[in-house]
Design a protein around this ligand. Structure first.
Ligand code: NAP
Length: 303
């Protein structure tokens, strides 16, 4: 029977630590941690994620500075907005919710965030720090995967890890974090030949391809560990369903095919998703401690 990597439960445990950290910090300093999540336009999936993030802030005592901006905002206007948030002393973390509308230059905008307030670790300086193995804010989703593996005592050192996907948001930082933890890492992508040959080599397989049910039984090695980062809303064509029942969530992995073959896997929902939100909170609280001159007590939660 495979071990389930329960991200929901771990996220709750970490949130409790963060809440207590904020409460004890507020005995010394006068302001709560602040997080600004920038959402541009009305992409429904982004709306759902931003909503989760704002609710999570409320639960643990992080002050939210919601920035819901119009779809046709110009580069100049958004750059200016980011500059203002950089200068706001009540804000410790800034996150630019991706994807952005196509007229905006994601890379330039991410570079405009103060690297010290970079809550998703995507500023070039922080990506450079990741490559060099230096401390700095780390991208939330791969950081959440690392925390999930650590909590479940999954051995990484010396293991063969395969990451499917090479995006700057997930795949690349994931591969670098696993390599920093002494795995031997292969990155697969849409041009890789013989995907299932590569993935079957993996003791640890992390799938972030954004393709529903890409990975099945023939892609995984017996007794391996599989982490499913993908998340998809699949519409259900049935009558008499209310709004929340009209779709089901699935990942990039056919869990029903692999669950009897592998040693452990992360479910969708309830695996990586909740951990992403929690690591965003952890990055923000860590930044707050730094900005307020408090002892850095939660560094062990971050990769
Ligand atoms: P992305 O930017 O679209 O990148 C997808 C990557 O997968 C690309 O590198 C692509 O290769 C590769 N790929 C696509 N099809 C493939 C195939 N058939 N075989 C092998 N590789 C393939 O997506 P992303 O932002 O990294 O996100 C990936 C997934 O994770 C999405 O489902 C997203 O919704 C989910 N996600 C979940 C969370 C969470 O909190 N759970 C957070 C972030 C993202 P190329 O580079 O060659 O195009």
């Amino acid at each position: 029977m495979a071990n389930i990597l329960d991200g929901k439960k771990l996220a709750q445990e970490i949130e409790l630590v963060l809440k207590q950290t904020i409460e004890s910090g507020l005995k010394v300093v006068k302001r709560s941690p602040g997080l600004a999540v920038i959402r541009v336009g009305n992409d429904p999936a982004s709306g759902v994620y931003v909503n989760y993030k704002e609710k999570a802030c409320d639960r643990i005592g992080v002050r939210s500075f919601p920035q819901h901006l119009k779809e046709d905002i110009s580069m100049e206007e958004l750059t200016e907005k980011i500059k203002i948030l950089n200068l706001n002393e009540n804000i410790d973390g800034i996150l630019l919710q991706l994807p952005l509308p196509s007229h905006l230059n994601e890379s330039l905008l991410l570079s405009g965030i103060n690297p010290d307030k970079d809550a998703d670790g995507l500023h070039p300086l922080n990506l450079g720090r990741l490559i060099k193995g230096e401390k700095g804010p780390r991208s939330c989703t791969p950081a959440g995967v690392m925390a999930l593996l650590k909590r479940n005592e999954i051995k990484i050192e010396g293991k063969r890890a395969v990451v499917v996907g090479r995006s700057i948001l997930v795949g690349k930082p994931m591969a670098l974090m696993l390599e920093a933890a002494n795995a031997t890492v292969t990155i697969a992508h849409s041009k890789s030949e013989d995907l299932n040959f590569l993935t079957r080599e993996a003791d640890l397989l992390v799938v972030a391809a954004g393709k529903p049910h890409l990975i099945g039984e023939n892609h995984v090695k017996e007794n391996s560990v599989v982490v499913d980062v993908g998340i998809h809303r699949i519409p259900l064509n049935e009558d008499n369903l209310n709004e929340s029942q009209k779709f089901k969530l699935c990942g990039d992995v056919k869990i029903f095919e692999i669950e009897d073959k592998v040693a452990a896997y992360s479910p969708v929902p309830g695996g990586v998703g909740p951990m992403t939100v929690t690591m965003l909170l952890a990055n923000t609280v860590d930044r707050w401690q730094k900005h307020c001159g408090l002892p850095l007590t939660i560094s062990h939660l971050l990769p």
